[in-house]
Design a protein around this ligand. Structure first.
Ligand code: ATP
Length: 236
């Protein structure tokens, strides 16, 4: 059995059948990417894992926990931390206070302080701007802050929804490099991206999701050469 396992999951929003027998797995230590176009069901998958939507059928298990039944709060405190699309940082709070908020489920104050330091060491730009209001950061810096805040929660599995959205290519590269480093330091990452090129560079494996099911899967380097992926997601 895999560490994280989604098996034959169906999710409906009213009559909209958003996930149709979706299955995929993640092993500890990996970066796994879900690729897909708008509306393919990527965000729904993230919400399914963090307990924000429930499957009508199928199984969702992570590290022995039935995520289809667990409460969102319990899921976070077990170390599954979700950075939603659009970052959602607190724009009138300082960078530092935004980071501290990531520790709201953590009782150990020393652990929080250590993780804030870790976020600053991974992203020195945040350290330089620690007293600045979140809303005054650039898009890339806001994405870094969202990742930093998630790190303060102590993730064992980090869910990142479209971290490259709206960022210039050079900034996308920086953010991806940070994600790769977070992974090298021991955090498993599930990355949802429309930017297949950037994601496949750092992922170990990937799944292509189309209209709520997986249509292709494999090693990231192999998928990056697969003509079906090249044609549909990587452009000429
Ligand atoms: P995007 O990158 O555009 O967010 P996505 O791959 O993340 O796309 P989802 O947001 O998971 O896709 O949406 C999957 C399908 O479910 C889409 O058809 C979408 O319109 C529909 N959907 C998502 N959220 C809701 C909702 N709250 N109510 C009704 N339909 C929804």
């Amino acid at each position: 059995m895999s560490w994280l396992e989604v098996e034959d999951a169906d999710v409906f929003y009213g009559r909209v059948h958003a996930l149709r027998g979706l299955s995929f797995a993640v092993e500890q230590g990996e970066i796994v990417c879900l690729l897909g176009n708008n509306g393919a069901g990527k965000s729904t998958t993230m919400n399914l894992l963090s307990g924000l939507v429930r499957p009508k059928s199928g199984r969702v298990r992570w590290d022995g926990v039935d995520l289809a039944a667990a409460k969102p709060w319990d899921i976070v405190s077990k170390g599954l931390v979700h950075v939603p699309e659009g970052r959602r940082i607190f724009s009138t709070m300082t960078v530092h206070d935004n980071l501290l908020l990531g520790g709201y489920t953590v009782k150990d104050q020393r652990a929080i302080a250590e993780r804030v330091d870790l976020a600053y060491s991974l992203m020195p730009r945040l350290a330089e701007r620690r007293k600045q209001q979140g809303g005054t950061l650039s898009g890339g810096e806001q994405q870094m802050l969202a990742i930093g805040r998630a790190l303060v929660a102590g993730p064992r599995l980090l869910l990142l929804d479209e971290p490259s959205m709206g960022l210039a290519p050079l900034v996308v590269k920086q953010v991806m490099e940070i994600i790769a480093e977070v992974n090298r330091q021991g955090t498993t990452v599930l990355l949802v991206e429309q930017n297949a090129r950037a994601a496949l560079r750092i992922a170990h494996r990937a799944y292509v999701v189309e209209t709520g099911s997986v249509t292709l899967q494999g090693d990231a380097a192999e998928l990056a050469r697969d003509s079906r992926v090249v044609d549909a997601y990587l452009g000429a």
